[in-house]
Design a protein around this ligand. Structure first.
Ligand SMILES: [Zn+2]
Length: 546
């Protein structure tokens, strides 16, 4: 559907966003100085040529009016199976639609475009509703098991600009919440800006949530911060709250909550190296590993040996800050992060005859590259996650190989996550919080997309995890605390960054992921999903990698 009028109106902001994104990317390329294989990166994105694609356009995207028209058409063609209503209104008075299909006891609530410039999920959601309303046997079975509720294009105002935030001045906020009279616009709420791109201010609606559905904003709670809960200031977040509340009242629990977003275009697939543990160890498998800025690079053939947990005879013997004791030459040293530098640890292992060093992270954050300079180091080293370190330790004795990860130069067009809260007890008592259910949901989506072989669809990565990502004020964080299994979809690319072919590919990828959820829950297959496979999803990395 053609949208020349909106493209024209949006032009100044669009140009600024384009330039900012371009500068960021050019800087990233200069810093990394990496190479990549041409076919691994999409031809129509910044990643392929460091230029905005010449065909970046709104042609394939849906306007506020388009969504209303599409939903009316689906309601009609589904013969009433899909029921559409106005759930609320945006700050500028545009309708926010909700669409409901199915009569099952399992509730799946999906929203898209809470960030106005992240449009791909809206296309996927409309297509999914159309599919669920038809009379195929599969759709009928899903309708029997699942009640599916969609809120497409939640941020109707931001979507028209397009921009991330809604359109809502501080005066608008005070008019809606008179109890905030006297709170100065600056600092206001931490996620509200008074002016954006020289035009009306607005807020990041995806920080405006709170697990307490009865919460009303209180002046003394403002401005808050990214680690605190939100205030339900915006009509958009309040609309979602009422949809969620009514489903919870009707069913007792909203089983699944899905939030469809779009992130920056260029992310790589997995860390630069991997550690392969051989059978028959119970830890046999592939583990992602970073690289070191010193020592030789990890090769395709790799460095093999027995995996041996080190001891230096000190109070923290596995940190290798002292000369090693009893280490067998020719082995791969397993070392804990902490106390001394990476170079010190690797030097001690090298002096004891190690062929390579694996450092285990000491927090749940993603493993980092090993920094430092050390011209005397002649063995490779890398870091793995704390979780993987625990699994490998439990599987010793074992042999293994540290080698170059052949997948790391692939482009990842989709990242997912089910974890947004570092400490669920920090925000009150939420006994239904269910991390295992969220991990199973994410694994179900991941596995549904792996069915697409070597296509980009399968190159799914894990969005940054807690504690790096601790955002209880998001819809995902707040609804997870209430007991929903949650999943974030972050497709690569926002409104102004992709041509129509790439837009279509991303919408299709989200549809496949949503279908994976519906199939897993309607057939009961979700019960057999292994939640620990969540930790095997490759981590999202900045690109170019290495
Ligand atoms: Zn977003």
């Amino acid at each position: 559907m053609s949208r020349p009028e909106i493209a024209t109106r949006a032009h100044p902001i669009r140009l600024a966003v384009l330039l900012a994104a371009l500068l960021t990317l050019v800087a990233a390329v200069l810093v990394a100085g990496a190479t990549r294989t041409a076919q691994a990166w999409p031809a129509e994105s910044y990643c392929s040529n460091n230029q905005p694609p010449s065909d970046a356009s709104y042609e394939a995207l849906l306007s506020a009016e388009d969504v209303g028209r599409a939903l009316a058409q689906i309601e009609s063609s589904s013969q009433g199976r899909v029921q559409v209503e106005v759930a609320g209104y945006s700050n500028q008075g545009r309708p926010i639609w909700s669409a409901r299909v199915g009569e099952g006891d399992t509730v799946v609530l999906v929203q898209s475009q809470i960030h106005g410039n992240e449009p791909h999920g809206t296309i996927a959601l409309i297509n999914t509703l159309r599919e669920l309303g038809n009379n195929s046997a599969r759709s009928q079975q899903i309708r029997e098991e699942i009640t599916f509720v969609a809120i497409p294009r939640l941020n109707q105002d931001g979507g028209e600009v397009p921009r991330r935030q809604n359109l809502m001045s501080w005066d608008d906020i005070v008019a809606l919440h008179p109890q905030l009279q006297g709170v100065p616009a600056n600092p206001g709420a931490w996620y509200h800006s008074n002016s954006i791109g020289g035009t009306i201010g607005g807020m990041d609606v995806n920080r405006d949530f709170n697990p307490d559905l009865d919460y009303e904003p209180v002046a003394s709670d403002l401005p808050g911060n990214s680690a605190s809960i939100g205030f339900y200031l915006s009509p958009e977040a309040r609309t979602v709250r009422e949809v969620y509340r009514s489903l919870e009242n009707e069913f007792g629990l909203v089983d699944v909550f899905v939030d469809l977003h779009g992130q920056a275009v260029c992310y790589g697939h997995g860390l630069s190296n991997e550690l392969v543990i051989d059978v028959p160890s119970t830890a046999a498998g592939r583990y992602q590993a970073t690289h070191a800025n010193f020592g030789p690079p990890v090769t395709k053939e790799g460095f093999s040996g027995q995996i041996v947990e080190v001891s230096d005879g000190s109070a923290n013997p596995t940190r290798a800050c002292q000369p090693l004791v009893g280490f067998p030459a020719g082995a791969i040293a397993l070392v804990d992060r902490g106390t001394c530098t990476f170079v010190q640890k690797v030097t001690n292992a090298q002096n004891a005859g190690a062929v390579a060093v694996i450092i285990v992270n000491d927090t749940d954050a993603a493993p980092t590259p090993l920094t430092g300079t050390a011209p005397d180091i002649t063995i490779p080293s890398a870091m793995i996650s704390r979780f993987d370190g625990q699994r490998i330790r439990a599987g010793l004795p074992a042999t293994g190989t540290l080698l170059d990860n052949p997948d790391s130069n692939f482009y990842s067009p989709l990242s997912i996550s089910g974890r947004f809260i570092t400490d669920p007890t920090a925000h009150g008592d939420w006994p239904k919080f269910d991390d295992v259910a969220s991990r199973k949901l994410n694994v179900a989506v991941y596995e549904a997309l792996q069915g697409h072989g070597k296509s980009p669809y399968g190159k799914v990565t894990a969005y940054p995890q807690p504690p790096s990502t601790n955002i209880p004020g998001t819809a995902l964080g707040s609804f997870a605390l209430r007991g929903s299994a949650v999943i974030l979809f972050e497709t690569g690319g926002q409104t102004q960054q992709l041509g129509p072919k790439q837009v279509g590919m991303r919408a299709k990828q989200v549809e496949v992921g949503l279908a994976g959820i519906l199939d897993a829950y309607s057939t009961g297959a979700i019960n057999d999903v292994d939640p620990d496979k969540y930790f095997d999803i490759p981590l999202r990395v900045n690109s170019p990698v290495q």
